[in-house]
Design a protein. Sequence first.
Lengths: 334, 514
Amino acid sequence: MSKKAKVKKVKLGKLEKREARYGYLFILPWFIGVLVFLLIPLVQSFQFSLADIRMTPFGRLITFVGHENYTQIWLEDKDFPVMLVSYFLETLLSVPIIVVFALIIAMLLNGRIKFKGAFRLIFFLPVIIVSGPVMLMLTGQGATTINTMNVQAINSALNQFLPQYIAKSISEVFGNMVTILWYSGVQILIFLSALQKIDASLYEAAKMDGGSEWECFWKITLPTIKSMILLNAVYTVIATSNNESNPIINIIQNAMFAGNKGYGYASAMAWMYSVAETLIIGIVALVLVTKRDAYDKQVKKVKKDRVKQNRAIKRARRRGRRNDGKIKKALNSK
Amino acid sequence: MKRRIALLLVLTMLISALSGCVFGNNKADKGSNQTPTNATQGSDQADTKEKNEQANSNEATVSTGLPPMTTEPITLKYLNFDSEVLTKKLAEKFMDKYPNITVEVEYINVADFGTTLLNLINTGEVPDAFMFSDSDFALSNYLLYDMTELWEADPENQNILPTINELKIGYYDTDRKWATPIKFFPGIVYVDKTVLETLNIPMPRMDWTWEEMIQLIKDATDHTQSPAYYGLGAYNRLDSLYGIAASQDIKGEFGWDGTGFDLSVWAVGEQEFADLKLNRYVAPERETQRMEDWLGDWEGWAGASGRVAVMTEAYWTYMNIWDTPEYKEDAKINFVPYAIPSVDEVDGVANTIATLDMGGISAATKHPREAYELLKFMGWGKEGWEAKMEIFLDESITNASGMPLKRDSMPAPITMDEGVWADYRSLYPTNEEEGPYWDAYFKNCTRPVPFGWMSIAGYWTFCDEYFNKLNIHNLVDSGQAKAADYAAEATEKANQYHQAAMKQYFNIDWEPTN
């Protein structure tokens, strides 16, 4: 057979068609939402970033300026590039702190302790309470810093062997330690639900084989919840980046109303910011993305080897047939 | 692979289609290469103006010099961050006067004002008249209608606070009137009579000079007592007051005299204030360890301590806080008002810094004449102020917290009408002890000079992008730097920002000539 046999497409029955329609109907609101509230604004903001925009009473006054806003940000704006770099470093530093803290708390809350529900509530409370004005008030009163931690000393120590902007970013993380830890409420919940799904028989089996708690954590808990670590890390990057107390968000908002900047300039800033944010998410994904299971790898390797072997056999057979033909021809001619 | 290419093509198409939507909807862009400015935007007003003038040409011009108001039923929208109760009551009175006009008043918190105003403009719901929080915002978005003809034709505008016309406030260094003050909070310095009596220091004369004020601050500081007495409690920094008090030729902050900035003037005031702070003549600020040490209360306030001789507080603080039994009778705090002193002796009333909130007519309004009248009624007009006085005098009219409106950041009249001022004066103490101080104060506060962000193009951008980022106040206050060292560079920068703003907003090539 020279051609592969065509697979006949099976037409959907009435029931399946109806179910498919229901499916589309259910995801329609999401599609509309994405189109209206995500895609259109996204494209529009990119176009705004290439223009000088004034919101006059006669309508939007749009003057196309090409990449001028972007070059102005990088060459003339004193604050934004510096803040972007420190945001980048601070986020990369604070994400592991939040995720590890959330994991530890989740494991403690998953243990056999009294008033488990009350403790869970306490750790989730900041998510509900600590917003906008409350946060500003607490920050103003110095409640978001650990008083006994001498941030100045940390900063001067780091300054001795690190460039100033890196040292500053690291000491900022120490200075806002309480705030950073407050951001871990949702992550604790996610870890908690992942921990509760781990099959208890795995631990039983490990313990029967003499495995310690420490070994169980590294060999069972951590590999099982690895995908949740990635989820939490990505969530943390997005939550801290989009937080209203983030100074970059304030800078972008102020640029919208500044006499010499406007919506176009602010849009360009927002795009630069989103690129930095995506970059961080990329780095996080690169570090934490779950690699394929060892067993799966083995199976795939065996399959590949089998295919190779089959090909080699086929090649040998073809060669044999060709050789047979040649021998027959030679015999006949004789 | 094919699927990916198809997806990429669909995305490209989508982006191009939406591109067309955004750049195609460029309503305000007339397709010319001309740089848009407030002046060219003004040409868009021509249609509206022409119609307005045509409508009026058949009718006799009324005695006021202004074209008459329309008799057609129309609706005007007024956006503000004033008192909500007051503006709604005023709108009712305006509608009583002009039954054919419906006024929709919308109050927006000042913090969200810019965002809301631009959102309304974006959705086509442009208000006909509005307040604004800083001039750069209004000018850069070409929001303002050129009200020169209306302003200059209105004889009532000759009987308002004289500096508004003399300093051409709202002209922004052009020959056109774009905006005008609609709320006036005079500059003020409070002196606590009780403190001076306790310290056995005589009250200063009402037409005191800057030097006398500084001397009083020094004399009234006494750290031997517990809690200590401080000469000055500063909500407003002295350099803000000094900038205008330094010379009668100055028309705005940072030594602005109409031809350019000169921050060497500001530097003198800044340094003097810093020296007072460093030498502990100035009371501690709220939420500081020094405040905790002084009054034993982290959140304490110098104005409630009864241990401060001179306070540079807001004009409304007296009515809102100090004119209450809790302060006057219980705490025996008895602040009386003084006009901000001038550096040199001045014949007559001196110019003083004041808060002047600005208002304007929308460049796109279809009813500029009527919008002007509404803005005047809400802001500076005599009739509007007569209506306001009825409201302020009626203590049954209260705000959402149940406070009479005279105690809810009540402004002072912009009109100089004697009847209005007499009514207004009656709201403040008239007794023998305090009355003479208020009489003298109201006589001496009528030549206001607005803060820079209300009257000078590019000023706010300069502060936001340069001045505030230098952290000058903290550096000078803590003795780490001298104000004079910054003056030359800051002057140059301020002029640069003004120059760029004049070009962008009005297409005017401005150069400093001072």
